[in-house]
Design a protein around this ligand. Structure first.
Ligand SMILES: Nc1ncnc2c1ncn2[C@@H]1O[C@H](COP(=O)(O)OP(=O)(O)OP(=O)(O)O)[C@@H](O)[C@H]1O
Length: 260
C-alpha cells in the first residue's frame, strides 16, 4: 500500500489527546491520538507560501510541506529547481527543458544565488564566484538516488564552469571532458530497472583553474565500480554497455584480436 500525506482540517479536539480531523479532498473523518499535549500533526503553511523557491522560508518545515511545495512548483510552473538554504533540490523532469542554453548561462553570470530563480547554473556561478573572490578550492556535491539526475546535473554544472572560465581553450577542455563521457559510460554504465544508463561507479571530477580563472585541465577519479555486474545481472538488467557495443561490431573482432 502506498502511503501519501493528505491535507485535513481539525473538526474537534477532545479527551485531552484526541483530534478529529476531516480530509479536504475526500471529506473523510479520522481520529488522531496524540501521545502528548504538544504533539500536533504537521501543520499546513499559509497559501501565500505555496510555490516559494526556498524551502527554508516555509513557516512549518516538515516532510509533507516539502513534498507539497515541490509538487506544486513542478505541476504549476514546471519548476524543477528549489533552494533549501544553500542546497539546490532538483526534480528529474524526464524531458528536455529549454533552460540550459547559452542565454540562460549569460543570465546567471555574476548573479548571487537567490537573486534569480533556482538553477544548477546559480550553484555553479556561486562556486566560480567564491573561487574568484576568496581564491579557495570549491566543491559541488551532487547526491540522490539512482535515476535522480546526478550525472546530468554534474554535466550542466561543468558546462557552466567552462562557459564562465574565460580561457580561449575552455571549449577545448570542455570538449575533452564531454568526449570522455561516452567512453566512461560504456565501461561503467549499464541498464538497471530504474535507469537505462545508470552509472555503476562514483566519480570525483576536478576542474583545474589557473590564477586568471581559466580552465587548464581536468582530472577524474572513479571508485566503487560494481564489478559483480560483469558476471551477474538481476532480471531485466544488463551488463555494461561496452559488451553489447563490442558484440554489435563483431566484424572488428579479428582486428581487435578478440575471438567469437
Ligand atoms: N535536468 C534534466 N533534464 C532532462 N532530463 C533529465 C534531467 N536530469 C535527468 N534527466 C533524465 O533522467 C535520466 C537519468 O538521469 P541520470 O543518469 O543523470 O541519473 P543519475 O542520478 O546519475 O542515476 P544513476 O545513479 O543511476 O547513475 C537521464 O538519462 C535523462 O534522461
Amino acid at each position: 500500500m502506498v502511503k501519501v500525506w493528505q491535507t485535513a482540517e481539525i473538526v474537534e479536539a477532545y479527551d485531552g489527546h484526541k483530534l478529529k480531523v476531516r480530509t479536504i479532498k475526500s471529506r473523510a473523518e479520522k481520529v488522531i491520538n496524540r501521545s502528548s499535549d504538544e504533539e500536533l500533526p504537521p501543520l499546513q503553511n499559509p497559501d501565500i507560501l505555496l510555490g516559494i523557491n526556498d524551502l527554508t522560508s516555509l513557516s512549518f518545515l516538515h516532510e509533507p510541506a516539502i513534498l507539497y511545495n515541490l509538487y506544486s512548483g513542478f505541476i504549476q510552473s514546471h519548476a524543477i529547481y528549489t533552494y533549501c538554504g544553500s542546497a539546490l533540490v532538483a526534480i528529474n523532469p524526464y524531458k528536455d527543458l529549454d533552460i540550459y542554453g547559452t542565454d540562460s548561462m549569460k543570465k546567471y553570470r555574476g548573479q548571487t544565488m537567490g537573486s534569480l530563480e533556482p538553477h544548477i547554473f546559480a550553484v555553479a556561478e556561486q562556486a566560480f564566484n567564491k573561487m574568484e573572490i576568496e581564491n579557495n578550492n570549491q566543491s559541488i556535491i551532487v547526491s540522490g538516488e539512482s535515476g535522480a539526475g546526478k550525472t546530468v546535473s554534474a554535466k550542466y554544472a561543468m558546462r557552466y564552469l567552462a562557459f564562465r572560465s574565460k580561457s580561449k581553450t575552455e571549449t577545448e577542455n570542455e570538449k575533452k571532458v564531454l568526449a570522455s563521457n561516452p567512453i566512461m559510460e560504456a565501461i561503467g554504465n549499464a541498464k538497471t530497472t530504474i535507469n537505462d544508463n545508470s552509472s555503476r561507479f562514483g566519480k570525483y571530477i576536478e576542474l583545474h583553474f589557473n590564477d586568471r580563472n581559466h580552465i587548464t585541465g581536468v582530472s577524474m577519479q572513479t571508485y566503487l565500480l560494481e564489478k559483480s555486474r560483469v558476471v551477474h545481472q538481476a532480471s531485466h538488467e544488463r551488463n555494461y554497455h561496452i559488451f553489447y557495443q563490442l558484440y554489435s561490431s563483431r566484424n572488428m573482432f579479428p582486428q581487435l584480436k578478440l575471438g567469437e
